[in-house]
Design a binder for this molecule. Structure first.
Ligand SMILES: Nc1ncnc2c1ncn2[C@@H]1O[C@H](COP(=O)(O)OP(=O)(O)OP(=O)(O)O)[C@@H](O)[C@H]1O
Ligand SMILES: [Mg+2]
Length: 317
C-alpha cells in the first residue's frame, strides 16, 4: 500500500487477471500538485491535486466532475505534462512521462491533446481556420501533406474547404469549437483532455458538439478525460466518472452506478443539488454549489479509497 492510503490504482473493471488485458493508456500514481501562492507578501500552499491514482483504458471516457476549484483542470494538465506534478507519476501507454526531458516529451506530444472551454480565446483572430489547424502539423510532424490533412480534419468536424479560408470572427461559437477540435485531432492523437468543451456553448449547440466528440471517439479510437460542470453531459458520455473534492477523488465508478446510487456524501450532495431537469437551473446551482454548502465536508488526511462494489471506489471517513 502506498503512503497516500490508496490501496491500488483505480482502474476499469477488468475481471480476473488475464494476460489479454491491455495496459491502461493512462495511469497516474499518487499524483499531487501544489501551487505556492503569494498574497499581500504572504506565501501559502494550495494543494490543487492530492494523491490521485487512476487508470484510463484505451477507448474509454473518464468523466471528471466536482465544484469549481476542486482540481479538475490541474489534474488534466498534469496528465498532459502542461504542469509538472509536485509528486507522483503519470504513465502513457506504459511509459512513465514524469521527469522526462523536453525532447523525449516532444515525442509524445502528438499522442496527447487538449480541447479548452473557450473557443473565443483559444483561436488566433488573425489567422484563418485552415492556418490554425495546420499549426500543430508544422510543430509536430514532418510537414508532408499539411494542407490536405488540415482540410480533412476540418471536414471531419463539419467545416468545408471554402469556410476553412475564413477568419474566426466569421464563425459561430459552435463552429469555433469545431475548429479547436480539428486542431486537436489533426495530429492523430490517442488521448484528449476535454476541459469543459461544451460549457461555453448555447444549449442547442452543446448536444451537437457532444455528439461530434462521441463520433470522433468511435471513428478515431480516441480516449478522453472529460472534465465538465455539466453532470448531465458526463452521465451521457462517460464510461466511468470520478468525483473530485478539494483535490482528491472521493468517488470513482461506472457512470450508471455512480449516478443511480452515489455512495459518498459529497457525490450525493452534488447530484441532489445539480441533477435537476432544467439545465439552466442546474448550471446556476453548480456555479454556486461550493459557496452554498454550509457545512463543508472534512475528509481525514489518511482516508482511503475503498472498493465497495467491483470497480466502484469510495473514500471512507
Ligand atoms: N497556476 C496556479 N497558481 C496558483 N494556484 C492555482 C493555479 N492553478 C490552479 N490553482 C488553484 O488550484 C486549485 C484547483 O484549480 P483548478 O483550476 O484545477 O480547479 P477546477 O476544478 O478546474 O475549477 P473550475 O471548475 O473552476 O475550472 C484552485 O484552488 C486554484 O485556485
Ligand atoms: Mg477547470
Amino acid at each position: 500500500m502506498s503512503d497516500s492510503g490508496v490501496d491500488s490504482v483505480i482502474g476499469p473493471v477488468v475481471g480476473p487477471v488475464s494476460t489479454s488485458v491491455p495496459p491502461p493508456l493512462i495511469s497516474t500514481v499518487d499524483l499531487s500538485k501544489e501551487f505556492v501562492v503569494r498574497e499581500r507578501g504572504r506565501k501559502s500552499i494550495v494543494t490543487a491535486v492530492r494523491d490521485v491514482s487512476l487508470e484510463i483504458a484505451a477507448g474509454e471516457t473518464l468523466g471528471v466532475v466536482g465544484e469549481s476549484g476542486s482540481g479538475k483542470s490541474t489534474l488534466g494538465r498534469c496528465i498532459l505534462g502542461l504542469e509538472t506534478p509536485s509528486s507522483g507519476t503519470v504513465a502513457f501507454d506504459g511509459t512513465i512521462m514524469t521527469g522526462l526531458g523536453h525532447r523525449e516529451l516532444r515525442g509524445h506530444q502528438r499522442d496527447m491533446q487538449i480541447i479548452f472551454q473557450d473557443p473565443y480565446s483559444s483561436l488566433n483572430p488573425r489567422r484563418t481556420a485552415l492556418q490554425q489547424v495546420m499549426e500543430p502539423l508544422e510543430v509536430l510532424t514532418d510537414h508532408t501533406d499539411m494542407r490536405a490533412r488540415a482540410l480533412e480534419a476540418l471536414d471531419r468536424v463539419g467545416i468545408s474547404e471554402t469556410q476553412a479560408e475564413r477568419l474566426p470572427r466569421s464563425f459561430s461559437g459552435g463552429q469555433r469549437q469545431r475548429i479547436a477540435i480539428a486542431r486537436a485531432i489533426v495530429v492523430r492523437p490517442r488521448f484528449i483532455v476535454c476541459d469543459e468543451p461544451v460549457s461555453a456553448l448555447d444549449m442547442s449547440i452543446q448536444a451537437q458538439v457532444t455528439e461530434l466528440l462521441q463520433e470522433l471517439q468511435r471513428d478515431l479510437g480516441l480516449t478522453y478525460l472529460f472534465i465538465s460542470h455539466d453532470l448531465s453531459v458526463v452521465r451521457e458520455i462517460a464510461t466511468r466518472t470520478a468525483v473530485m473534492y478539494r483535490g482528491q477523488i472521493v468517488e470513482l465508478g461506472p457512470t450508471p452506478a455512480l449516478f443511480a446510487e452515489p455512495k459518498h456524501p459529497y457525490t450525493q450532495r452534488l447530484l441532489d443539488a445539480v441533477l435537476v431537469p432544467e439545465p439552466a437551473i442546474a448550471r446556476e446551482r453548480l456555479a454556486h454549489f461550493g459557496a452554498s454548502v454550509r457545512s463543508p465536508l472534512e475528509i481525514p488526511a489518511d482516508s482511503r479509497l475503498v472498493e465497495v462494489l467491483p470497480g466502484h471506489w469510495v473514500r471512507e471517513g
